[in-house]
Unconditional design. Structure first.
Lengths: 247, 191
């Protein structure tokens, strides 16, 4: 199917052999927002990591299909070029690597053959503009990749990368954890304001972010399986009564 | 063996770039008079089956002398670097400050690095220290970079560049240009 990310009966283990996901199936069409909620240890982060090809996890069964292409066995860079993006819960700090050069390199390498590369000046202007809307200072172009960023800045920088790279499908792993209300609003507004159609998997522990980003679907992931799916009301129900009845 | 003598209040920056030609590099530095200072910087880029023995000896012979020996190395394929760094602080070299650091990044499973720092200190009133690491490319850093669409090669290039930038930045301007060129060629041709 075009314009969709399809996750089919996904089984995932850690490289040490611990079974985490026991058959997760989801279809995310472009334009849709799917929230995945669940208790700690339910498999939320594993799902996002495994989708992107994290070296610590192995897909033992099932498929991941993007726009009709089976990307299950793709390397992370191939998955990225197929249209997938992962916003990390804990972005990695890389000393000595400039945030801006890295992002420009990534943007250019994602271009299809024959597509024009972005000029350094056009890139810089765009980065500074986008960064402003997330309340970064201009000096973002001089900073190292996540190094010396505060917790909130790291989370905002993930969304900044999303806004620059414009993937067709984004998985955001707890973009709200550790954020104060102001930073949360910046992030939510930025996601809502993105001016193109993409599919979004929003992984979150709390309902708080869903007040700002309205999901079309809410899924509850417990013990490596989706035990309940519904609309936005499901998130409110969970807020009131917790996860206990699904465990 | 190359012998370097640093005299009174002289401040010397001594840059070395190795790209696989030599099998052995030996340096002996003597800080012979008060206020002498050396910054010895070696950027080592190994590939194929190249191997290098690099040995530095720094002798502090006078008061108030300062030495810094910094080795940074990226090693790919089957390449090998053996570094032995010795700092001697002789009697009378009070208020001496000596630092020895070697960091090696292994880019393949078959590359090897070895770093042995040693300090021989006879004087009391001094500061001296050393730090060495030999490590592989961080898997999570690679995952993070490639998850944005960078090929493995580009991601490695960035990480190597990032790892070595701090030493290149300390080179004199003229050598910075040469180092940047070598680094670029190494990244494009051999990673």
């Amino acid at each position: 199917m075009k314009n969709a990310l399809i996750i089919e009966d996904l089984h995932v283990q850690t490289v040490e052999g611990k079974q985490i996901l026991n058959g997760v199936s989801l279809t995310i069409k472009k334009g849709e927002i799917h929230a995945i909620m669940g208790p700690n240890g339910g498999g939320k982060s594993t799902l996002s990591a495994a989708l992107m090809g994290h070296p610590g996890y192995v897909i033992t069964k099932g498929k991941v299909i993007v726009n009709g292409v089976d990307i299950t066995k793709f390397s992370p860079d191939q998955k990225a070029r197929a249209g997938l993006f992962l916003g990390f819960q804990y972005p990695v700090e890389i000393a000595g690597v400039n945030f801006s050069s890295f992002l420009r390199m990534a943007m250019n390498e994602r271009k299809k053959e024959g597509e024009k590369k972005i000029s350094p000046i056009a890139f810089k202007n765009k980065l500074v503009d986008e960064a402003k809307t997330l309340s970064f200072r201009d000096d973002i172009t001089k900073r190292a990749l996540n190094e010396g960023f505060s917790g909130g800045e790291k989370k905002k920088a993930e969304i900044l990368q999303l806004a620059m790279l414009k993937p067709e499908f984004a998985i955001l792993d707890e973009p709200d954890s550790g954020l104060d209300v102001d930073a949360l609003k910046y992030i939510a507004n930025k996601i809502n304001d993105l001016d193109y159609e993409f599919g979004l998997i929003l992984i979150t522990h709390y309902q708080r972010i869903l007040k700002y980003i309205k999901p079309h679907f809410v899924h509850v992931l417990v013990k490596g399986k989706i035990v309940k799916s519904g609309n936005a009301k499901l998130a409110q129900l969970i807020e009131q009564s917790g996860y206990e009845k699904y465990i | 063996m190359e012998e370097i003598i640093v005299k009174q209040n002289q401040e010397l920056i001594f840059p070395v770039i190795w790209t696989g030609k030599e099998k052995e590099l030996l340096y002996s530095v003597r800080l012979s008079q008060r206020g002498a200072k050396i910054t010895f910087l070696a950027l080592l880029l190994g590939k194929n089956e190249e191997s290098l023995d690099i040995k530095t000896t720094v002798i502090h012979d006078a008061e108030d002398t300062k030495s810094e020996v910094i080795i940074k190395s990226a090693l790919n394929d089957y390449s090998y670097v053996n570094f032995e760094g010795l700092v001697k602080i002789n009697h009378g070299a009070k208020k001496t400050n000596a630092w020895l650091a070697a960091h090696m990044l292994l880019l393949s499973k078959t590359a090897r690095g070895r770093a042995i720092p040693s300090l021989e200190i006879i004087e009391n009133d001094i500061k001296a220290g050393h730090a060495t690491t030999v490590g592989r490319v961080n898997e999570l850093e690679m995952f993070y970079l490639t998850s944005r669409g960078l090929s493995e090669k580009s991601a490695k290039q960035l990480l190597v560049q990032g790892f070595l930038q701090s030493i290149v930045d300390r080179f004199p301007k003229k050598n910075q240009v040469i180092a940047a060129k070598q680094l670029q060629m190494y990244g494009q041709k051999y990673l």
